[in-house]
Write a protein that binds this ligand. Structure first.
Ligand code: GDP
Length: 427
């Protein structure tokens, strides 16, 4: 029985979409278990280039059942728009099931996200304004709307009335806006209900049956370990757990079902949004790395914002792998570093008190931490065509082995380009 979680060990954008797309070929189920449309997974295959925000990355394989689990923040418009785009671009109708317990992102969540970012101004957290923080706040305040609620109009009214009571006080008195009534939200929700009808089901039983029958299941994480609200760079974190440990909860599988945790790690660092980023580069060095990573889309797939760039960070990545419980690592974007004659890596954090940390510190200590760099020789050539580890230049092999020894997890896959076939496995 193989249940594999594919998760990020950095700040997100590690290339999880590509890895999920590749591994989907031999899988029966691909499950999104957390987050919503606030991050994009870029996939390049024979149909073209796609940025999926809401749909699982298995949608390009007719053999795969794609599942949107109960732990997600379901943005119906985004999901339907993506489905439409896939069909328009020649992808066969994907198989999709949405948990009846998945909760719905409401227009009011997006509105609150925007209003709050506006109110915070310079103190804002760099939200993607997809309504994710207000959505999860509502969920845990027990004010959310489950997909199943859409099919019971009386219940839907009651739930919305309850949810809008406190929000209207904030709308009027904190944000200076008009209050909202359920009747302004109901028609769109009922319309969504009809469009969602073919997909909504009890995905928990479906996945348990699949697990019992020994089917291969992929659980697809969004963002990365350092954005986890409990263990990451809080409050510059996201609002749902990005960890493999949460995958069983958010998908609806027993915790012991997940036997493989494939942590995706990027050969250098990048980060979208605000928050401490110790190995961050400035100026021309950053521009050069961003430009070289052009194919790697060093502009946020959701926001189009240029990503912040940095050297590989062994402290953060070791911690990220530890948080994920990584059983193996896929190292991506190695090809991007081919222009450097020497490659710096961050191997420690110099803290305010003069000590050097090799364990990832709490956010309060991160802001003033300085990177301690070590140089490794570069390989200065294009490796994007290489398909076996032994054929990589000696310096590239050395770089991979160095990272492996620093993060304490075996690297089993090295990716050297955005396309499906641009990778090698290491036994
Ligand atoms: P995800 O959210 O983790 O799936 O990552 P994103 O899709 O946001 O960003 C990863 C980017 O890197 C995408 O543009 C991918 O097409 C690209 N990519 C993935 N693997 C590689 C690789 O090995 N080399 C290069 N150059 N690009 C890659």
């Amino acid at each position: 029985m193989t249940v594999t979680a594919i998760v990020g060990a950095n700040w997100g954008d590690e290339g999880k979409g590509k890895m999920t797309d590749v591994l989907s070929a031999d899988s029966s189920y691909v499950v999104r278990y957390q987050g919503g449309s606030n991050a994009g997974h870029t996939i390049i295959n024979s149909y073209g280039k796609f940025a999926l925000h809401m749909l699982p990355s298995g949608v390009f394989y007719p053999n795969v059942m794609n599942v949107i689990g109960p732990g997600t923040a379901l943005d119906v418009d985004v999901m339907l728009g993506e489905m439409e785009e896939l069909l328009a671009r020649g992808v066969p109708q994907p198989r999709l099931s949405i948990s009846e317990r998945a909760q719905i992102v409401l227009p009011i969540h997006r509105l609150f996200d925007e209003l709050e970012e506006e109110r915070l101004g310079a103190r804002s957290f760099g939200s993607t304004k997809r309504g994710i923080a207000p959505f999860y706040a509502d969920k845990y305040a027990k004010l959310g709307i489950q997909a199943a609620d859409l099919y019971d109009e009386a219940l839907l009214w009651k739930r919305l009335e309850q949810s809008l009571e406190a929000k209207n006080v904030l709308l009027q008195h904190l944000y200076g806006r008009q209050p909202l009534q359920p009747e302004s939200l109901i028609p769109e929700l009922l319309n969504h209900a009809e469009k969602l009808r073919p997909f909504i089901c009890d995905t928990t039983t479906m996945l348990h049956d699949a697990y019992t029958n020994g089917e291969a299941i992929l659980l697809e994480g969004q963002l990365g370990a350092l954005r986890d609200p409990d263990h990451g760079i809080y409050p510059y974190s996201t609002s749902s757990s990005t960890l493999a440990g949460f995958a069983s909860v958010g998908a609806g599988l027993p915790p012991y079902a997940i036997t493989n945790v494939l942590a995706v790690v990027k050969a250098y660092s990048s980060c979208v949004g605000t928050g401490p980023f110790v190995s961050e580069l400035e100026g021309t060095e950053a521009d050069e790395l961003r430009r070289r990573g052009g194919d790697a889309g060093e502009y946020g797939a959701t926001t189009g914002r240029p990503r912040r760039m940095g050297w590989f960070d062994t402290v953060a990545t070791r911690y990220g792998c530890l948080l994920q419980g990584a059983t193996e690592v896929a190292l991506t974007n190695l090809d991007v570093l081919g222009y450097l004659d020497q490659i710096p890596l961050c191997v420690g954090y110099e803290l305010d008190d003069g000590t050097v940390a090799d364990q990832f510190p709490v956010t309060a200590k991160l802001a003033s931490a300085k990177p301690l760099l070590q140089l490794l020789p570069g390989w200065q050539c294009d490796i994007s065509h290489v398909r076996s580890f032994e054929e990589l230049p000696e310096a590239a092999q050395q770089y991979v082995r160095f990272i492996e020894s620093e993060i304490h997890v075996k690297i089993t896959i090295v990716s050297v380009g955005p396309r499906r076939e641009q990778l090698m496995t290491i036994l």
